[in-house]
Design a protein around this ligand. Structure first.
Ligand code: NAD
Length: 469
């Protein structure tokens, strides 16, 4: 039987269109699941999306936030982004990334964060509510590439915004993959297209284009001091979540055995990548030996030879001033191998005694190298901790049972997170109370950011009536 070519063509077209209608449509002209060629296209698409988003209900917002949580928690996706982040950036460890990505998906607050204040009286009713900024430009780091996108997407969308991401070029593939996953999940949940967008070639030029774009109403930078300074000089509302150099103080009243374990666990978490992770220990002399002894029991390897320590300094720092990127987030075992020391997988931290001026104390290394500085008493320990934190106001830890000294350190160091008698990650809700975030805004004061940090306070006044007391 001969079938006319036009009939075949029409059948093929019909089948293709049926197949198409079973899939969520490619979400945007010019953009592929939220990934656009140019920054201008990305921002324009996000502007359109946010305008449509304004008409959706709070119930819808909650549904979209849940869709983001669910797509990240899908085991295959979770494993993929965790593995890919380590492969692409060469930083951190797969098992840790699994924990961090899951944490961001589960414990980042959603719409419940947006509480309303009401004032009523003879003159009527006044509401103060959290309202969206519009389109937010978010700059994300290599150290937590996917965690920050998950956490910012949830918080920013919960607050009614759309978001344009500017990922670190070294985390491009995994960031783009995650943006696509989120867009597909949002499309299935019925959200407007392009609430979460980025560009196919993240670069400093594209980040600058985003920061300067007139339609970007707010900037959120999670990264080092350079980018934080840049967004704060932009003339726009900006949140800066910058560098830390978290000290740990251990005094003579501490539970030293527990402190040793907590410090090794916190310092080695994701190979020391988190900005909150323990970076130097300041211990009162009378307990320092016992602390080091116990840290070694829990996975610390002590380097005593000054020649090896010097070798480490020249290997992992740029003239003692900043970390060498190739060593950021590498394991203790790997770093030791490079200086000719072979250890087992149980070694999680490289430990050495040092003085305050040592580069390992002064520089935010983001690798599991942990100097211990001895001091005669707790007051000197606190003063040194304040100095080496460099006024970042980021994170600090203290192990002590002396409430007066704990209070003294908390007051003097002024950090956004202050963990007492626990590992650093207790400060972001792992084994400590409270929600999580991967954008900790010390410099600009929002602290542990959540949906309300990405919203404007607006007052809505009804004159007369509605006071039912
Ligand atoms: P980074 O500063 O090198 O990069 C961060 C982001 O800023 C990247 O997207 C990068 O492309 C961009 N960027 C950097 N300089 C830029 C410039 N001049 N112009 C335009 N864009 C620029 O930081 P990183 O190495 O990716 O991350 C590690 C740093 O981030 C550490 O200092 C760490 O403490 C900090 N950090 C802070 C938090 C926090 O919540 N406070 C969280 C994670 C990381």
């Amino acid at each position: 039987m001969n079938i006319d070519e036009t009939v075949v063509e029409s059948i093929v077209k019909k089948v293709l269109s049926q197949l198409d209608s079973q899939q969520p449509q490619d979400c945007c002209p010019g953009g592929e699941w939220g990934v656009f060629k140019t920054m201008d296209e990305a921002v324009s698409a996000a502007v359109t999306a946010q305008q449509e988003y304004l008409n959706r209900s709070m119930h819808d917002r909650a549904k979209y936030v849940q869709a983001i949580r669910d797509v990240v928690l899908d085991q295959e996706n979770l494993e993929y982004i965790s593995r890919k982040a380590v492969e692409e950036t060469g930083m951190g460890g797969y098992e840790y990334k699994l924990i961090k990505n899951r944490l961001a998906a589960v414990k980042t607050p959603g719409i419940e964060d947006l509480t309303t204040d009401a004032m009523t009286g003879d003159d009527g009713l006044t509401l103060v509510e959290y309202s969206p900024f519009g389109v937010i430009g978010a700059i994300t780091p290599t150290t937590n590439p996917t965690e920050t996108i998950i956490c910012n997407s949830i918080g920013m969308l919960a607050a009614g915004n759309a978001v344009v991401f500017s990922p670190h070029p070294r985390a491009k593939e995994v960031s783009l993959h995650l943006v696509r996953l989120i867009n597909k999940a949002l499309a299935v949940a019925g959200a407007p297209d392009n609430l979460v967008v980025t560009v196919s070639e993240p670069s400093i030029a594209n980040t600058n284009a985003m920061m300067n774009h007139p339609k970007i109403r707010m900037l959120v930078a999670t990264g080092g001091p350079g980018i934080v300074k840049t967004v704060l000089s932009s003339g726009k509302k900006a949140i800066g979540a910058g560098a830390g150099n978290p000290p740990v103080v251990v005094d003579e009243t501490a539970d030293v055995e527990k402190a040793a374990k907590d410090i090794v666990d916190g310092c080695s978490f994701d190979n020391n990548l988190p900005c909150i992770a323990e970076k130097e220990v300041i211990a009162v002399d009378s307990v320092a030996d016992y602390l080091i002894f116990n840290m070694k029991k829990h996975g610390a390897y002590e380097v005593k030879d000054p020649a090896i320590i010097n070798k480490l300094v020249s290997l992992v720092t740029k003239e003692g001033k900043s970390p060498v990127t190739d060593f950021v987030g590498k394991s203790a075992k790997y770093i030791l191998e490079q200086v000719g020391i072979s250890v087992g997988d149980d070694v999680k931290v490289i430990l050495m005694e040092a003085t305050e001026d040592h580069p390992f104390v002064q520089v935010e290394l983001m690798m599991p190298i942990l100097p211990v500085v001895r001091v005669p008493d707790v007051d000197q320990a606190i003063e040194m901790a304040v100095r080496v934190e460099h006024g970042n106001r980021h994170t600090a830890m203290m192990h002590s049972r002396n409430v007066e000294k704990l209070t003294k350190m908390a007051k003097l160091i002024q950090t956004t997170i202050f963990v007492k008698n626990g590992p650093s990650y207790a400060g972001i809700g792992v084994g400590g109370e409270g929600y999580t975030t991967f954008t900790i805004a010390g410099p600009t004061g929002e602290g542990l950011t959540s949906a309300k940090s990405f919203a404007r306070r607006r007052r809505c006044v009804l004159v007369g009536g509605m006071d039912v007391r």
